[in-house]
Structure formats: structure tokens, C-alpha cells
Write a protein that binds this ligand. Sequence first.
Ligand code: KG4
Ligand code: ZN
Length: 349
Amino acid sequence: MNYEQEAQEKLNKLRDREDYLILAFESSCDETAVAVIRGREILANEIDSQIEIHKRFGGVVPEIASRNHILAIDSLVEIALEKAGCTLNDIDVIAVTYGAGLLGALLVGVSYAKSLAYALNKPLVAIDHIKGHVCANFLAHPDLQFPFMCLLASGGHTEILDVRSYSDMRILGQTADDAAGEAFDKVARVIGLPYPGGPQIERAAKEGKDCIPLPRPFKGEKTYNFSYSGIKTAVINYAHTCAQKGIEINKADVAASFQARAVGMLIENAVRAAQEHGEGTIVIAGGVAANTALREGMEKAAEKHGITVLLPPKYLCTDNAAMIGEAAFFAIKEGIPAAGMDLDADPNL
Ligand code: KG4
Ligand code: ZN
């Protein structure tokens, strides 16, 4: 039997079990992350963030991200195994994000995971980063079962997903242009706040008022889609007009107005999608799900409409490897085939 056949046989045997160990890798952007999970339990969840390194460039520099993943990954594995109280030999499955993301960054995780899987003769499971974000909710909410609605908002994606199973996630609405997190980052840059913009806008917004008129895309239309470029352009125009008039912009007011629009659109569409699809539970996922205005707004709107909203803790919203391991757990349950040694990174997955 070759490596691939043996790996598939091992995965088949794990399908109905919950007590085995998954070592998971995430390196799609600027976080190197390694986790060990067992069923729906996190045994270790190590993250080495490169935010401080990329801050001075105002955004992630792909080449620098790749190099720093290489520097961090080995020691993170050691720390994660120690925290989980196990060794590489105890690991049953290796899981890795293979897309979407930055090609060079993804390749570090994929190559590392492939080498480890082959050397240890353990099965490898390839995970779509977005499905990872959705599955973070299974770690956060032990009783959560399919189906549910998911509002996913990250730096690269903004989607409302009708999640029927691991392999059946249907996109009901998505962004027509920028992702929500991308818009937070761009607006922050326009008003002179550092990268990453999301947490900075959130902090600034606390001191400001929602008093600057900004457009509401798709207003009154029967769609679950989003659009952020119009709001972003309105902020840029506002900043230019202020500069021309020699008026200093009130960063807090811009932040509060932008956040109210950005978050309002997410909440309205998600709640309407759940209502119109007769779905009683909404979960949220992705980096923007760490935003307090979004979390509080979702809770309020859901309560008003009799819908249950589940909020994962903030450390499970932003990129991490535990969610990748959890996605692998569900992939295995649903009989998704093991990845072979020909697995490649797919930046546009
Ligand atoms: O999911 P994530 O960690 O990485 C991607 O897969 O993209 O999301 C990162 C994005 C960034 O755009 C960041 O600005 C945004 O999530 N973000 C936030 C907050 N924390 C992170 N946006 C709004 N409010 C936050 N508190
Ligand atoms: Zn992400």
C-alpha cells in the first residue's frame, strides 16, 4: 500500500470517532498558527501574529509574511504539542489551510504539513480557510448542530451562508466589491489610523457620533448582497473635502459613522436571510465578527425577531488553527477524501 492508500484507510477508521488528535496549521495571511484539537475540544491553540512587522507598511507584505511563517512554524509546533501534553507520534491527523490566501504564505503551511504527514505516515486533510471560520463555532458552542445560518465577514470575504453540512454551505449573499474587513482597513488608512484597521476603527468609534451621511447600498432591494466600495469612496470624498476646506476631520465621527453603516448592513441582511429561510440560529465568523458593535447589534436584532444568535469568543473569530482542525474533524465525519502529496496551495479557492 502506498502513502495515499494507507492515509485514506486510516481516515475511514476515524470517521465515527471523536477521541483522536488533529494537529492543524494555518498560514494563509499574517498569522502563523498551530493547534491541537480533539473532537470539539481545543487542547492547544498557538498563534504568532506578524501585525507589528507589517504595521509600518500599512498592510501585509506577502514576501515578508512567507519568510516569517518559516521562522515561526517549527517552534509553534513544539509549544502546541507541549501545551496539549502529547508528542508527534500521538497525533492521528494533520490538517492544513490550502486556500484562499497569499500564495507564498499558504505554501509554507502546506509544505510543512505535507512533509510532516509523509514523514510520520499520517493522513493529511486540506481545508478551505472559509470553512474553517464557520467551524470555529463548533468549538465555541458545544451543542451547535447543522443546519444554521452563518454571517461571515473577514479581510477577504463577506458572505451569508446557509450551512446545511460541512460539504453543503450555500452562499445566499456576498459582497459585490470589497470585503467588510478590507473596507475597515482602507477607511482606517484614509483617516490615518494604523493597520489593521478593524480594531482601530472600533476603538476610535467609541469616542465619536454617527453623524456623517454615508450611502446605504442596495437600500430597499430584495438582496442579501453587500457593497462596501460606495461607502469607502464617500469617506474618501469627505476626507478630501475637509482637507480642501482646511478643516481637520473628526476621526472618531468618521469611524463611528463608517462602523454604523458597515455593521448595519451585515446585521440587516443576516437577520433577514435567517427569517426568510425559516432558520432559527445565526452564527457569526471571521475577523470582523470580533467587532463589539456588530456583536451587540446582532444580539439586539436577533432578540427582536426571535432568532438565536451565537457569538464565538473573539480569539476564535480572527485567524487561528483550532478552527482549521475543527473543520478537518467535520470533513472526516463526512468522508471527504484525504489529501495526497500532490496537494498545492490555491490562493483563489
Ligand atoms: O478573519 P481574519 O482574521 O483574516 C482573514 O481571513 O481575512 O480577518 C481580518 C480582518 C481585517 O480586515 C481586520 O481589520 C478585521 O478582520 N477585524 C475587525 C476587527 N478585528 C479584526 N474589523 C472590525 N472590528 C474589529 N474589532
Ligand atoms: Zn480568516
